[in-house]
Design a protein around this ligand. Sequence first.
Ligand code: ASP
Length: 315
Amino acid sequence: MWAIIGTWAMVKNGIEKANNLLKEGASSKEAIKIAINDVEDNPYFKSVGYGGLPNKNMEVELDAGFMDGDTFDIGAVMAVKNIKNPIDLAIKLSKENYNNILAGIGAEAYADQNGFERCNMLTDRAKDKYFARLKEDRAKLSAYDGSDYDAADTVCVCALDDSNNISVGTSTSGLFMKHPGRVGDSPLVGSGFYANSEYGACAATGMGEDLMRHLISYEVVRNMKDGLNAQEACQKAMEEIDKKLKAKREISDLSIIAIDKNGNMGAATNTKEFSFVYASEKESPTIYLAKNIEGMTTIEKASEKWFEEYMSTRR
Ligand code: ASP
């Protein structure tokens, strides 16, 4: 049995490629690399890899994380510049015995020593958006407080392969106009992602500063350990984080995806609409929409028209 799930409709093409690989017996790790690379390399997606939106110094700073739920290998990079495929670096680091998580210039030096491709990740389109935002409100640049957060849309992928191995990966350029050096939840183990092949995997997208307060990905996998399936585990963790945080502070958009050891999909959100893509041995790649209605997540299939509109706004 294989199954794969990824955040946001932008991952559809990547999930299709990864699903074909899983069908041929590829590992969950290979599937995650292929799916995430597809999004990282696409300049139309302004929240991941090439074409990602810059920080307030007009630099594209990238975060990525990976975990193999069989071996518990972990690897992550934070605030790296000019790395073509940050997920590849995170995967490579996951095979080291130590120094599994590297930040900034240290991570870039490691990339150079290990022959990783460097690339100027700032596109003209991203520059235009930067200057447009500058014009809109110069004052906001003095201290980014998240108030102009428009979903950064991290690509997250959880996969189960035919050998029952579950892995998870994330890649993002983080928040537009973030403070240089700001690290979100995406490269943080337990927060942005977590996998344990005995139970399942989970990954998160949305305001990192909120997601990391509850170690939400770990929490979902722990719920699966308690016997919940992927959907129940996501719903429970999302309800808890939303309630707990709202009681104390303003919170932003949060969404999660998960896969359990039986290949079931799970998703939850506190937003009006969150898209994700799921495929398995039994189901060809399908786009779903998760919607929060009065505290509960409902899930429905997205129409072709919905996807056409989604893609046209990206182009
Ligand atoms: N979680 C990402 C971050 O905080 C952003 C997102 O996924 O929307 O950097």
